[in-house]
Design a protein around this ligand. Structure first.
Ligand code: UDP
Length: 422
């Protein structure tokens, strides 16, 4: 991108998804990865990027520099400890105050803020009101969709739905990460507002450069095992139960089948409890000898697990995008995913993997077995997945598309701060 002179300074705001934190723990997942990678890629393309998040631990440094022109800035809003996202809304005014104080101290102004998740959208709308900043927003999850799939609707639901609607109608631009997410915004949130479709990305240099044989050797996994992999958070909506039950029904269970369930968890927290529940189902089905729980996967081994697997399974009940699917595809591993949301966009059935109805154990078992039974087809699906990711889902490509939207928005003269928000 040709940006001449001084770098334009933008703020990415991600109140609960700290871009500098370890991924794979409670509430740290796709949003953290997205903000961090978009920020870094934008900085390589000529932008000055400050990423604001809430400090959730007193030991965390206030500023983490990622590249010469991209850093995370942690603001104090509420107690410096982990607070579940559904309980953060009350601390947002403090977050706005802290951000304004940071601006006053540093002398930095942001003409444009890119907010992430509904909590940050409120921060963006408030800054728009106070300072007249322009706002781009990525939802990462829509309350209107989420609340269809859970029985216990949280107290905060009404506020969230109203905030999401107002943001869609007032932000300069909204980024949907898949056509399916855009359809949901239109049918469930509002027919007003300007939506661009720009997908999430993945690091094509990190994944896809080691063979299955080498990866298994590095991880101490048997070369002749049939390996089924889950990567992600322990959250009921991720559908890990469906995968475990599917493996329990597999026709290939006695042919050295291995189920690997990768992801971090903390005893006593909601992810720790979900892991215990899943372990209970594994035991109940007698799968304990073929199931591994390697814990949180990181820079040192995530790429190895993807490469070692014969099939990577994304059994979510709903997924606005689903980074794990494209990470597996980038690694040359076919994906079996739920036929929902962004997974319908990333996974092309019979070409890069297979889709199965969410929560349908039998359909997942059948799809997994089809791929495990045919190594040549597995390799073809894997190669097609890698090709698709290279063409459509690199972070540099995603950041270039976002940068174009930012430039268009910045060209429009700034209005005076808006009157009020609800
Ligand atoms: N992840 C990871 N280590 C783990 C588990 C998950 O690095 O042990 C990463 C995973 O690679 C992906 C992200 O967390 O980049 C999960 O994103 P996704 O969009 O699939 O799901 P979300 O967490 O946003 O619901």
């Amino acid at each position: 991108m040709a940006i001449s002179g001084q770098r334009p300074r933008i703020a990415l705001i991600s109140v609960h998804g700290d871009p500098a934190i370890e991924i794979g723990k409670e509430e740290a997942g796709g949003q953290n990865v997205y903000v961090r990678n978009v920020g870094e890629a934008l900085s390589r393309q000529g932008w000055q990027v400050d990423m604001f998040t809430r400090r959730s631990d007193a030991d965390q440094p206030e500023i983490v520099q990622h590249t010469p022109h991209c850093r995370t800035i942690r603001l104090t809003a509420g107690p410096q400890k982990f607070i579940p996202r559904d309980e953060l809304f009350g601390y947002l005014p403090e977050f706005v105050e802290a951000l304004q104080q940071f601006q006053a101290d540093s002398g930095f102004q942001y003409d444009l803020v890119h907010t992430n998740y509904w909590l940050s959208s409120w921060v963006g709308m408030t800054l728009k009101k106070l300072q007249g900043v322009k706002q781009i927003h990525t939802y990462h999850s829509l309350g209107a969709v989420k609340y269809q799939s859970i029985s216990a609707i949280p107290m905060i639901a009404k506020t969230r739905l109203a905030t999401e609607k107002l943001c869609l109608e007032t932000a300069e631009r909204i980024v949907a990460t898949s056509p399916q997410e855009k359809d949901h915004m239109r049918s469930l949130v509002s027919t007003h507002g300007s939506i661009d479709i720009i997908p999430c990305g993945t690091d094509t240099r990190r994944f896809g450069h080691i063979s299955r044989i080498e990866a298994r050797r590095a991880l101490g996994l048997e070369q002749d095992a049939k390996i089924v992999l889950y990567v992600g958070r322990f959250d009921r909506r991720k559908g890990i139960e469906t995968l475990v039950r599917a493996v329990g029904q597999s026709q290939l269970k006695d042919q050295n089948l291995k189920l690997i369930i990768g992801g971090g968890s903390r005893p006593g927290q909601s992810d720790g409890m979900e892991r215990e529940r899943i372990e209970g189902i594994v035991n109940e089905l007698g799968l304990q000898d073929i199931t591994l729980f390697p814990g949180r996967l990181g820079v040192e081994n995530l790429h190895l697990y993807y490469a070692a697997a014969d099939v990577s399974v994304v059994p979510s009940h709903y997924e606005p995008f689903g980074l794990v699917a494209i990470e597996a595809m980038a690694s040359g591993t076919p994906v079996v995913a739920s036929d929902v949301g962004g997974l319908q966009f990333t996974v092309i059935p019979e070409i890069t993997g297979l889709l199965a109805p969410a929560k349908d154990d039998a359909a997942f078992a059948k799809a997994i077995d089809r791929i495990l039974a045919d190594p040549n087809w597995r390799d073809q699906l894997g190669q097609a997945g890698r090709d698709r990711v290279e063409k459509m889902f690199s972070w540099d490509g995603v950041a270039a598309q976002l940068g174009k939207v930012y430039q268009q928005v910045l060209k429009v003269p700034t209005k005076a701060p808006a009157a009020a928000i609800a």
